[in-house]
Design a protein around this ligand. Structure first.
Ligand SMILES: CC(C)(COP(=O)(O)OP(=O)(O)OC[C@H]1O[C@@H](n2cnc3c(N)ncnc32)[C@H](O)[C@@H]1OP(=O)(O)O)[C@@H](O)C(=O)NCCC(=O)NCCS
Length: 238
């Protein structure tokens, strides 16, 4: 089977939708983590609940056509009510979603999710989207890093992702997270990734360390400097 012929839960609501999601516990404001992004802007990050449906729809409306195509691998102009339900009524076990809101106006700006493979409980499909205005600030890195930690708590060790073959952001993003990944399948316009995150979600810390090293802000012994020099991505020097 080729990548393009595969239907995936994160790009399309499964035909046999699971029964009603268990009622999620009420969320509390205290669950919000206030996170400062690279440019100093701030977001509130927490798991997604059923009452976040309007946030999801509004956030989707602010994704450019190109970002929607890259996320859903089709020219999607709107989310159907069943898609909105599927993407927000998650059980926080086999399906987890973590969302970010603009800390100043509360609007949804990014979301990352995993959906466990029913055939292989240690594997889940992963997907992420960030509203265009908020891209390149480190938000997807932050969301995925947190999602990987959550997934690990739920016994998930590996991920798959179906990605547009012209999507240059994804391999760079995974590199930044320190994840191991490889393309396992090609189809017309899409590729399947197999992804193994760093244990314990150390990706963001490693990324910060490597960036600091590339800027020359990190003083380390020669032997460590040589090791770091060998693994800093070229783009961190620009
Ligand atoms: C892919 C996506 C989620 C990245 O979100 P983001 O918040 O901008 O990502 P980050 O800021 O954390 O980027 C981390 C790194 O990823 C890489 N990256 C991100 N966007 C990139 C792009 N458009 N082109 C090339 N590299 C990119 C860069 O290396 C970046 O680090 P840098 O900004 O220091 O160069 C976002 O572009 C998006 O929503 N795209 C549409 C949906 C999609 O493609 N989803 C992925 C498939 S499910």
């Amino acid at each position: 089977m080729t990548a393009h012929s595969r239907r995936t839960a994160s790009t399309e609501v499964p035909v046999t939708e699971p029964g009603p999601a268990p009622v999620a516990p009420e969320h509390h404001e205290t669950e919000d983590a206030l996170v400062e992004l690279r440019d100093g802007s701030q977001v509130l990050i927490r798991p997604v609940y059923r009452e976040d449906a309007p946030l999801l729809e509004e956030g989707f409306s602010r994704l450019s056509a190109e970002s929607r195509r890259l996320r859903f691998l089709t020219d999607k102009t709107r989310l159907s009510p069943s898609e909105v339900r599927y993407f927000t009524q998650v059980d926080h076990h086999d399906h987890e979603a973590i969302g970010a809101r603009d800390a100043t106006d509360g609007r949804g700006v990014g979301i990352a999710r995993y959906i466990r493979d029913p055939q292989n409980p240690e594997v889940a499909e992963v997907a992420v989207a960030v509203v265009d205005q908020w891209q390149r600030r480190g938000l997807a890195t932050e969301l995925l890093s947190r999602l990987f930690v959550r997934a690990r708590e739920e016994g998930i060790r590996h991920f798959t992702a179906l990605v547009g073959e012209d999507n240059e952001a994804v391999p760079a993003l995974l590199d930044d997270l320190g994840a191991e990944f490889r393309i396992v399948d090609h189809g017309a316009g899409a590729v399947s990734y197999e992804i193994t995150p760093m244990p314990d979600g150390h990706g963001t810390e490693l990324q910060e360390l490597l960036r600091a090293f590339a800027r020359g802000d990190l003083r380390v012994p020669d032997v460590i400097r040589d090791v770091l020099a060998g693994i800093v991505p070229d783009r961190f020097h620009s």
